[in-house]
Ligand binder design. Structure first.
Ligand code: CU
Length: 130
């Protein structure tokens, strides 16, 4: 198949998707509330340094994910390594400055975690696995 034909098919498919999406928004206003509650496709924890106390923050403080679902941890602090370490030892991931890491949790439960590098300098945070 010539490349232009492939492109045309892809374009038609894309346009079709757009109309489907617009249709859903137009005719399902009740769905707007539901959409917010849907599990995010790629759960992410962001670590930032901040001028207030505590000096480092995990966002969101409560993260929901499924068993085995990859959780991305992004470290926005250019100056330090941080970790997401379960208080019960179930998991630990180090995240380099301006870097990211992926974590998966293999059992259900609520896991309070902390940073091994700054034990008392982050906000309290948990990963909730279902
Ligand atoms: Cu830290």
């Amino acid at each position: 198949m010539p490349a232009t034909a492939k492109f045309s098919i892809a374009l038609v498919a894309l346009i079709g998707l757009c109309f489907t999406t617009i249709d859903a928004i137009d005719h399902n206003e009740a769905g707007a509330t539901t959409a917010i509650k849907v599990q995010q496709a790629n759960p992410t924890i962001t670590v930032t340094s901040q001028p207030s106390s505590p000096p480092y923050a995990y966002n969101p403080a409560q993260l929901n994910a499924k068993i085995g679902q990859p959780i991305t941890i992004t470290n926005n602090d250019p100056n330090g390594v941080h970790s997401v370490t379960a208080k019960d030892g179930s998991f630990s991931a180090d995240v380099p400055p301006k870097g990211s890491a992926t974590l998966t949790v293999k059992k259900a439960g609520s896991f309070p975690y902390y940073c091994t590098y700054h034990a008392d300098e982050h906000n309290p945070a948990s990963i909730n696995i279902s």
